[in-house]
Design a binder for this molecule. Structure first.
Ligand code: HSE
Length: 338
């Protein structure tokens, strides 16, 4: 079966997905039996292009390189829902920016696809945090699949590891570094860079949210904690119920002082189900240098999950970035196609 891909949101991540698809077309077919056509790309800034026979990705990417838009290709007219139907898409890759209050526009896109039996992969944390049960049910009712690997650790497959590789293990505790922007900033501040410069560099690298307040105030890490609470513990922990402290008050002097005492300042996110109540938190902590999380630097993320059958398992890998998050969408699509 040929996967007919619709892409909603073609910013850093969506463009990276198109680049990978274009570069690896033959490899994807030969290694994974994954054949595709991109039939629809919809982006608020770049424009909307559609071809049920498959868009010319080379031309689309060239247009983006030259004009930052799709203006060199014929423009498609109509609502997202109409275009989704007319395109004949079989899978939606949803990569619009996260809005933690409304989940939009991702939520509308995902509902539109699932209700038509079109499977979805998303990197958008809003809809998954706000409407996990509804969307899971909608997928089931319409014989579609819903995947969201990229909402935690970008393309580093923590969710797949838990669902597939570690199937049968029960999680007891999770602790980790799940925000690339703040980890990058804390690393750079430890090297003497000022807060504002470190944030600007994290933005330039494509790590930060469209509104980076979400990163530095700990909201992004909190939403990941909320999503992991659902996936790992089946618990409803709304984002605003996660105990949350960001890094806005952390200073280079504090990092320097911690370093002198053999410690590293890290924004730690965690879930602890060992007590009577599930504890969910995000807070800057001083970690002893000997602790595995102390050496996780830059945009890298790491999560240690404590389980009954395997004890501690730690996964380390990129947690943000264009191509890294594009990989999350691709990996989901390959897994779903199987
Ligand atoms: N802004 C997020 C981060 C992107 O810095 O980790 C990945 O979810």
């Amino acid at each position: 079966m040929i996967n007919k891909i619709a892409l909603a949101g073609c910013g850093n991540v969506g463009t990276a997905l198109l680049e990978i698809l274009h570069e690896k077309k033959d490899e994807l077919r030969e290694k994974y039996g994954f054949e595709y056509k991109v039939v629809l790309v919809s982006d608020l800034m770049k424009g909307v292009i559609m071809d049920p026979e498959g868009l010319d990705l080379g031309a689309a990417l060239e247009s983006v390189r030259e004009t930052r838009t799709f203006e060199k290709l014929p423009r498609a007219e109509g609502s997202f829902e109409e275009l989704l139907e007319r395109s004949g898409a079989t899978v939606l890759a949803e990569g619009t920016p996260t809005n933690l209050k409304t989940g939009e526009p991702g939520l509308t896109h995902i509902r539109a696809a699932l209700s038509r039996g079109i499977s979805v992969t998303t990197t958008n944390k809003g809809p998954i945090a706000l409407a996990f049960d509804e969307l899971t049910e909608l997928a089931k009712a319409n014989g579609a699949q819903l995947s969201y690997e990229g909402v935690v650790m970008s393309g580093t497959p923590f969710i797949d590891m838990m669902k597939s590789g570690m199937a049968g293990c029960t999680a007891i505790r999770v602790e980790g570094i799940v925000n690339g922007t703040t980890n990058f900033m804390l690393t750079k501040m430890g090297e003497g860079m000022e807060y504002g410069a470190a944030l600007a560099e994290a933005q330039a690298l494509g790590y930060a949210e469209a509104d980076p307040t979400g990163d530095v105030e700990g909201w992004d890490a909190a939403v990941k904690v909320s999503i992991l609470a659902k996936i790992l513990f089946g618990a409803d922990v709304p984002v605003d119920k996660v105990e949350r402290t960001g890094i806005t008050k952390v200073t280079p002097a504090q990092i320097e002082e911690a370093k002198k005492n053999g410690r590293a300042v890290k924004l730690i996110a965690g879930l602890d189900a060992s007590g009577a109540q599930l504890r969910a938190y995000v807070e800057p902590k001083e970690i002893p240098a000997s602790h595995p999380l102390a050496s996780i630097n830059g945009g890298t993320n790491a999560i240690t999950v404590t389980t009954d059958n395997l004890g501690d398992v730690t996964l380390i890998g990129p947690g943000a970035g264009r191509r890294e998050t594009g990989q999350a969408l691709l990996g989901d699509m390959i897994r779903m196609s199987k």
